[in-house]
Design a protein around this ligand. Structure first.
Ligand code: ATP
Ligand code: MG
Length: 411
């Protein structure tokens, strides 16, 4: 195998002071989960402020790097060639060979950068830099040295063995999953909410999700689309508990009792209330939505304020200042876009008014919600009790808790 190990670069985690250990531990455990999916034997080690993956025997390079590229917290992945500690003549030969294999066209500017962790190596770092640099120039006359802004840096670390590495594959960045606690994502079948979930997860949040379904107005395929989206996001987050809430009766009741230009905003307030109740029961400390300022009537500043007032948990809206194009760009990057644009109806689109209010007045909305006093608590309770919970991971979904009909239970 061309590489026997990988050096894992992590930028931000490095600056967390006393918490650094905790962050590194989470990073390592997330990496182990990713590597479990790969064919081969691997070990992950934290040594002198670095994290390494050691590969024992054969493995699939693409598979390993792709899986590591889904671990938040990783900024760069450097494939390493490992040699036994050897004298400088042999090191020069091996390093030049490595350079030639890594950069077959060789017409680059380069610099050699040696770190000597084992101080009993006879040459110091400067000496190794000079000797190896010379060997590369001799072997490949088309290469030139540039110590200030080289195109290529060939790194040599002299430890209990000698490590050679140069390429850096980009990682997803961010912070390891779980370092920021857990939040409840309001996940619809649209473009925005999966991106919002991804972005918050990238800052270390574990995700649960809630989806409001309105059968028979929405189909099984609409639910499947949301499961597929959750599954794509789960590649980065690990398994997601998806709460499938039947919202039909609540929507119909709002439709019957409230002014139609306020339907969306009132409906959104109930989505937030229900999401918050589930969040609190499942140890989530925040809600996440895919709202973006000005995108639709329910996402004006005033509408967001009126929606927000029903929540006590913080509501994270990572897309608030993003243009649609920017959101689409990320959704393509995380491969949710093609699924998001499938044309299955969403519960919000069915009961939408022609001219929804863009500047709702909180007092007025509260007053109109009182039209719902007679039955709404019962309907919300029923929706919560018939919550069907699915566990969604990268390979698909399975039911964790079946829907129970409270009427059948005599409630
Ligand atoms: P998206 O592309 O995420 O569907 P959108 O632009 O269609 O967003 P809205 O329909 O106004 O916007 O919804 C705003 C946010 O409310 C969504 O991003 C999502 O977080 C949440 N949301 C909307 N509909 C649902 C639903 N059926 N189930 C769960 N959450 C929803
Ligand atoms: Mg939507």
């Amino acid at each position: 195998m061309r590489y026997q190990a990988f050096l894992i670069k992590y930028a931000e985690i490095g600056i967390k002071g006393k918490n650094r250990g905790i962050f590194e531990e989470k990073l390592v455990s997330q990496m182990k989960i990713a590597l479990k999916r790969c064919e081969g034997k691997f070990s992950v080690a934290r040594t002198s402020g670095r994290v390494f993956v050691y590969c024992d025997g054969e493995y699939d390079y693409e598979e390993v790097t792709q899986n590591l590229q889904e671990v938040f917290g990783i900024v760069g992945i450097c494939p390493i060639r490992i040699l036994p500690v050897c004298e400088i003549g042999e090191l020069k030969k091996a390093a030049a060979e490595f350079f030639g294999e890594e950069y077959p066209d060789r017409a680059h500017t380069f610099k050699v950068h040696c770190r000597r962790l084992s101080k009993n190596y006879p040459l110091d770092s400067m000496g190794v830099n000079a000797e190896v640099g010379e060997a590369i120039l001799e072997a490949y006359p088309e290469a030139t040295v540039d110590v200030h802004e080289p195109e290529i840096q060939l790194n040599i670390e002299i430890r209990e063995r000698i490590y050679l590495y140069s390429h850096i594959l980009e990682g997803p960045g961010g912070l390891p999953i779980g370092t920021a606690g857990k939040a409840m994502l309001l996940l619809s079948g649209g473009i925005d909410s999966p991106v919002a979930g991804y972005m918050c997860a990238k800052r270390g949040l574990k995700l649960d999700a809630v989806y409001y379904n309105a059968p028979p107005y929405t189909s099984e395929r609409a639910l499947q689309k949301v499961i597929d989206l959750a599954s794509k996001v789960a590649r980065y987050t690990g398994p997601i508990y998806l709460h499938n809430i039947n919202f039909t009766k609540i929507q119909l009741y709002i439709y019957e009792k409230c002014p139609h230009d306020e339907l969306t905003i009132i409906m959104r307030r109930f989505m937030m209330r229900i999401a918050e109740t589930i969040a609190k029961r499942t140890a989530c400390d925040a809600l996440i939505t895919g709202e973006s300022l000005g995108q639709v009537a329910s996402q004006t500043t005033r509408s967001l304020a009126v929606t927000n007032e029903v929540c006590t948990l913080p509501v994270f809206r990572p897309l608030i200042a993003f243009d649609k194009e920017e959101i689409i760009h990320i959704s393509k990057k995380i491969d949710t876009f093609e699924t998001s644009i499938l044309p299955y109806e969403d519960c919000c689109t069915i009961f939408v008014a022609k001219h929804p209010v863009t500047k709702p007045v909180a007092d007025v909305i509260r007053r109109h919600e009182r039209n719902l006093d007679e039955k709404i608590d019962e309907l919300v309770q029923e929706a919560l009790e018939t919550d069907e919970i699915l566990i969604v991971d990268r390979d698909g979904s399975r039911v964790f808790k079946h829907r129970e009909d409270p009427l059948e239970k005599g409630m």
